[in-house]
Write a protein that binds this ligand. Structure first.
Ligand SMILES: Cc1cc2nc3c(=O)[nH]c(=O)nc-3n(C[C@H](O)[C@H](O)[C@H](O)COP(=O)(O)O)c2cc1C
Length: 352
């Protein structure tokens, strides 16, 4: 991390976390943040569910909820960017405060509840997107919707023309009963609805499913079966957790989803289990607690074809994206791999 970024982070950490996030979006808009351009090497170039990535290190959903900083993010070193979650209609989300830093634990708790400007605004911003980046959208449902399952399909239909992939997010803990949509029958119906819309598009795009880390083994088995039957293109494991195990920070009792370092092991175990249950047939994206190249590599060896991160940026800055990608390249070379794909699942057993 450069000194200027360190000073910026120190200043942000003296602010309320949600205000600090707003400032970091402003800093990105004004070009004050590192822009190393696309980080790529022949070893890092990879394919995720039919999408070519310059490197497998992505930005997780929730950082750029409204697609405000697509261009600067596309120059920050990430191999792919997921924006959103976006719902059909704009909504305010939960009352503030709703984002908490757990500094001693290198973690965060959020209970935003899908605050966003809605799909119309997002589609307009996506229409102006940089064409050389890989950009996907996290699909959400309005809290007061009469047809939550239908909301996912609605957002997809409205925004698909500008996207490289879309994610069905039924794993946010901050919208009451949303996670019930992870059950077998509800999930099958929801995914079939989304995939029907996708198949009718002039330019079909891959559909990913994002799951929670708090699922039991039978629930994971159901999800693996549904993923196979509905033929989703990839599964993202995982979203934030409701668990509070081993935390030290003052805010550990806040309600919401926990992300960052304490989530690493739990989410990697879910990833490895899912890799085993799907027999490596469905590409997986590993998310949860990644803050360095070793952890990104560990997720790949546990079964991920690509990874994403968010919370570590709060503590390590956006330059982490390029650092992790470069470090991953070195780790692959060290172990004699010529490509990311060769390493996928090579140490899955260690996490089972
Ligand atoms: C403030 C915040 C907002 C988030 N919003 C979303 C969201 O809208 N949709 C989603 O699928 N995940 C959301 N997430 C979850 C992240 O995408 C990611 O799955 C999770 O934080 C674990 O990764 P990390 O430990 O690297 O942060 C959010 C996370 C944070 C910290």
């Amino acid at each position: 991390m450069k000194l200027i970024e360190k000073l910026g982070l120190n200043a942000l950490h003296r602010m309320d976390p949600e205000a600090a996030h707003g400032m970091s979006i402003k800093a990105l808009k004004s070009g004050l943040t590192p822009a190393p351009g696309p980080v790529t090497t022949p070893r890092l170039k990879t394919n995720l569910a039919g999408v070519d990535l310059p490197n497998p290190v992505g930005l997780a959903a929730g950082f750029d909820k409204n697609g405000e900083v697509l261009a600067p993010l596309s120059r920050a070193g990430f191999g792919f960017i997921e924006v959103g979650a976006v719902t059909p209609r704009p909504q305010l989300g939960n009352p503030k405060p709703r984002l908490f830093r757990l500094t001693e634990d290198k973690a965060a708790i959020n209970r935003f509840g899908f605050n966003n400007e809605g799909m119309e605004v997002m589609a307009k911003r996506l229409a102006e997107r940089p064409k050389d980046a890989v950009i996907g959208l996290n699909l959400g449902a309005n809290k007061d919707s009469e047809d939550r399952a239908g909301d996912f399909a609605k957002v997809l239909a409205h925004c698909a023309a500008h996207l490289d992939f879309a994610t069905v997010n039924v794993s946010s803990p901050n919208t009451e009963k949303l996670r019930d949509l992870q059950g077998k029958a509800a999930l099958t119906a929801l995914l079939n609805g989304v995939i029907e819309i996708r198949d009718a598009l002039p330019r079909p795009l891959p559909i990913f499913l994002k799951i929670a880390p708090d699922l039991t083994e039978p629930e994971l088995q159901d999800i693996a079966e549904v993923a196979r039957e509905t033929r989703v293109d990839a599964v993202i494991a995982t979203n934030t957790t409701l668990s509070r195990d081993g935390l030290r920070s003052a805010h550990k009792g806040e309600a919401g989803g926990l992300s960052g370092a304490p989530l690493f092991e739990k989410s990697t175990r879910v990833l490895a289990k899912l890799s085993q249950l799907t027999g490596g047939e469905i590409p997986l994206i590993g998310v949860g607690g990644i803050s360095n190249a070793e952890q990104a590599y560990a997720k790949i060896c546990a079964g991920a074809s690509a990874v994403q991160f968010y919370t570590a940026m709060v503590y390590g800055g956006i330059s982490l994206a390029a650092d992790i990608a470069h470090g991953l390249d070195q780790l692959l070379a060290r172990d004699g791999y010529d490509s990311v794909a060769e390493a996928v699942g090579s140490k899955r057993e260690d996490w089972l």
